[in-house]
Unconditional design. Sequence first.
Length: 572
Amino acid sequence: MIGILTTTILSFILYFIISVYFIVKNNLHRNTILKAIGIVFISLFIVTAIIVYIMMPTITIPNMTIANLLVAFVGVLAFYGITMSKPFTNTSRQFDTISVGIIAAAVIAIPAFFIFGIFALNDTYDSISKQNVEEAKPLDKDATPIVVSPESARNKVQKAMSVVPNTQFYDLGKLQVQKIDDDIVFIAPVEFTDFWRYFRGKETEGYFMISATDVNAQPQFIESKMRYTNSSFFNHNIERTIYGAYPNYINSGEAQIEVDEDGKPWYVQTLYKPIGVTNKPNMSKLNVAVVDPVTSEVTLYETEEAPEFIDGSISSEMASEENEYFGRYVHGWLNSLFGKKDVKIPNESGTESNVTPIFDESGAMHYFTDMTSPKENIDSALGYTLVNARTGELVYYNGAQNNGIMDSKGAREIVDKEFPEKNWTGSMPVLYNIDGNPTWVVNVLDPNGLFKHYAYIKAADSDFVVFGDSARQTLDAYRLALAQDPSNVESTGETSGLEERSGEVDRVVVTNQETGQLIQFILTDDQTIYTLNSTKAPLAVFLQQGDLVQFDVNVLDNGTAIVEKLEIEGLN
């Protein structure tokens, strides 16, 4: 209501100025003037209120200026038509002052806002909280859970829709990843199918929850009736509810639900105020509106001050926009078109608005995007960004350009070419640093969006690919393959949390492979199979039963371990 009243009051003032001008300017009969004013005022006031109610334009200087210039133009035409006045006289053939003023204002305002928007690009870039990091730390085996792809989760939830009362009324809404307790899950509300379903149903029944880390998990429906939703109409629509409370804020993306500790859903919408007289976002002053879907109560927070249960107070759409400004406008607008010095283009392989949500070891959510060159036919990654989903801080890991690694598009194409007869495709590629090696982790899905495999692809070698049925199994197999590759002499290094072990060798096997000699042994009273590439410890080829050894090892979960450093008593 605030937005409608503000816009129509501004228009009312404009109509009044125009009508006064006509009264003074034209020697018209009083009844004619009053009739024209009454008809134009009432008609335009009603039409404007309807348009504002439907379109919900944010109250910003560009929006209000352009909208009221259009309204003024229509109002002048209406006055001319009703009063039979002419926009210019027969004697001087000069345009009326009011007509010239409106046309001149439009000619000046529209290009001016465009120019102001160009200059504001630098301000938006500067408003981004950002830092550059040479290399990401290696992936710990218990950190950064690899989530199930949204396509697979949505497919399962769609098949479970029959458990919802009055199923025919509803469709599945937007999936949102969230951490609840120690579990990472997808949350998806049920939304009305159309207006008539809304008219009959009045409120939705609840939401679905499904694990984002277990490919075998099944969705669970939680009953929690919601009257204010994205698919509701009139004043029960979430976007309209937020607009009514904060009409001077611009929204980013579609409102999504997140669930608190008690299982109650809340709609969450990222908002921002523009910079200057433009609609460009100020990335340092982002807000989030939290809406109670039962009472319609709206509370506005700074994004990082939002309630703790909200993981994504910054929407995926805003994170994607932040990547665009960071990558394209590093040296301004002209450079983004011509010189393109240091310009980086975000890839479009993400699962939500070209970004992919992931969680770090502390439980914080980030949006992942890899950056590629603006030059066509270049499939190498320049680096990747992580945008904190609560603070908006952007971290750019630029070490990728020094390693000559492929981008996410190339990783997906490798998976697509692996199973052409089954039409399986790669989805949700995320770049991890595994044991010192940049690695693409990709979900393999069938045409119905069902999960089939994980693919671990060495980003610097498109032929180095390991497939597996589970994240843990595939990660262990990939690490073992890295240990057998002589090009990975310093694979895990000092940053992977290696264990120190020692003992007496009970069995040892040395095999010759294309990648070099591979030594495998077990210790007395220890059934772990230790694997070592001879390039890391050349004297290991002389290892014998009964030797006493000390070594640093990376223990996997499948009863095997990768030896990084080995000392043999009597030989070292």
